[in-house]
Design a protein around this ligand. Structure first.
Ligand code: FAD
Ligand code: DHB
Length: 402
């Protein structure tokens, strides 16, 4: 068996694990990252696309924002569409100049993997049978098989950055962790299409036939989503049926509609809200989707992963500087304040824009009144805008060594 030692053992090379590894590197703290999928799988996985202002600022401050600044699409506003009309919300004007940036999660992950490899610190892909142990001791471990050999990494701390279906959260004794969950009676069918975006900003649509979302990845690629039943087989949706439904839901009275093109990727994702608390057990710290999931309306998941690891990096930096444990002890509480606000926002965006299968005629009229109020009140639009671009960071970049 190969035994290695490091300061921080990180399980998962998604945005949370890779960001944490790089923040620690910038502070001279050693880490080992262990990922069970291949490098190509991790890079090709199509997921989020919307970065909050604070996430963009963080990536730039970390020195990994060069391609993001060149290729990312800055959006100062967005549209909310209902009853066949699009209503513009000028986020930058309402928030003193803040915006979001469209840049695929897979591009963020690619940039972070390149940065990790340049540091020459260890990153294992295709690790098998990954497990964590000795969480309550001063030397927790990660065990896995790689290249036919058993490995054990002995660490000072573990970071569980292995997503919702990972091994870290289930390794915490049930009595030590509370979970909060809400499952929604719908999912999103998402596609990538070879079509130039027909709008420069996102369009969130509440239609009689259900929710639809217009987004993009680049000047030549459109990204679209449709509300469907949560367990909908993708085989039920030939490309023509997808376009018919997209156009039926999204075309507005002024004739605006998405441009049609060849569909290059399609999949269905169920939607849930989930929080595990506290986000720590012994020397294991959970970050990102391993601790919490939001429904994608509102685009908060990736951004929450980034804000968690900033708080964790601050705490680990302080520990290695002077052995202080105060910020490690506060980690979960500090993160959960932001997590619950993002949960509330994502739940609100989701329930305000989707059609619930069991809704009454009253519910639907109230929903339309909500949207009418939202798009007619500067106060309501300001509330949406300040949450959409991202609430202020809980901790400063300086405190995390940037
Ligand atoms: P993950 O990205 O899930 O990474 C976890 C990593 O751990 C993975 O690489 C996984 O392979 C690895 N892993 C799992 N198990 C193990 C194991 N046993 N051993 C080792 N490694 C393991 N968020 C936004 O902010 N904006 C959006 O616009 C947005 N849109 C979305 C659209 C869709 C369709 C979906 C599905 C999600 C969207 N999200 C969005 C959410 C966002 O993608 C996630 O919140 C984000 O990926 C969380 O990052 P993470 O690093 O915590 O987890
Ligand atoms: C995208 C995803 C979201 O969840 C969202 O709210 C907006 C855009 C996207 O993938 O582009």
């Amino acid at each position: 068996m190969r035994v290695l030692r490091t300061q921080v053992g990180i399980v998962g090379a998604g945005p949370a694990g890779l960001l944490l590894g790089h923040l620690l590197h910038l502070n001279g703290i050693d880490s080992v990252i262990v990922e069970n999928r291949s490098r190509d799988y991790v890079i090709d996985r199509v997921r989020a696309g919307v970065l909050e202002q604070g996430t963009v600022d963080l990536l730039i401050a970390m020195g990994v924002g060069e391609r993001l600044q060149r290729e990312g699409l800055r959006h100062d506003g967005l549209y909310i569409s209902f009853r066949g009309n699009r209503h513009h919300i000028d986020m930058a004007e309402l928030t003193g100049g803040k915006a979001i940036t469209v840049y695929g999660q897979n591009e963020v992950v690619k940039d972070l993997i390149d940065a990790r490899i340049a540091t020459t610190r260890p990153l294992y892909f295709e690790a098998e049978d990954v497990s964590v142990g000795a969480l309550e001791s001063s030397s927790p471990v990660i065990r896995f098989r790689h290249g036919g050999a058993d490995h054990e990494i002995r660490c000072d701390f573990l970071a569980g950055c292995d997503g919702f279906h990972g091994v870290c959260r289930p390794s915490i004794p049930e009595r030590a962790i509370a979970t909060y969950e809400r499952i929604y009676p719908f999912g999103w069918l998402g596609i990538l299409a070879e079509a130039a975006p027909s709008s420069t900003e996102l369009v969130y649509t509440c239609h009689e036939r259900g929710f639809a979302l217009f987004s993009m990845r680049s000047p030549t690629i459109t990204r679209l989503y449709l509300q469907v039943p949560p367990d909908e087989p993708i085989e039920n949706w030939p490309d023509e049926a997808i376009w018919d439904e997209m156009l039926a839901r999204m075309t507005t009275s002024d004739g605006w509609k998405p441009r049609v093109g060849r569909i290059v990727q399609k999949s269905v994702t169920p939607m849930r809200s989930f929080v595990a608390a506290p986000m720590r057990h012994g020397r294991l710290f959970l970050a990102g989707d391993s601790a919490h999931i939001v429904p994608p309306t509102g685009a908060k998941g990736l951004n929450l992963a980034a804000s968690d690891v900033l708080v964790l990096a601050r705490a680990l930096k302080a520990y290695y500087e002077d052995r202080s444990t105060g910020w490690l002890d506060e980690y979960s509480d500090v993160c959960l304040r932001r997590v619950w606000k993002a949960q509330r926002f994502s739940w609100w965006m989701t329930t305000t824009l989707h059609r619930a299968p069991d809704e009454s005629a009253f519910d639907h009229q109230r929903q339309l009144a909500d949207l009418d109020y939202l798009t007619g009140s500067r106060a309501a639009m300001t509330s949406l805008a300040e949450q959409y671009v991202g609430l202020p960071a809980e901790v400063s970049f300086e405190s995390a060594g940037l």
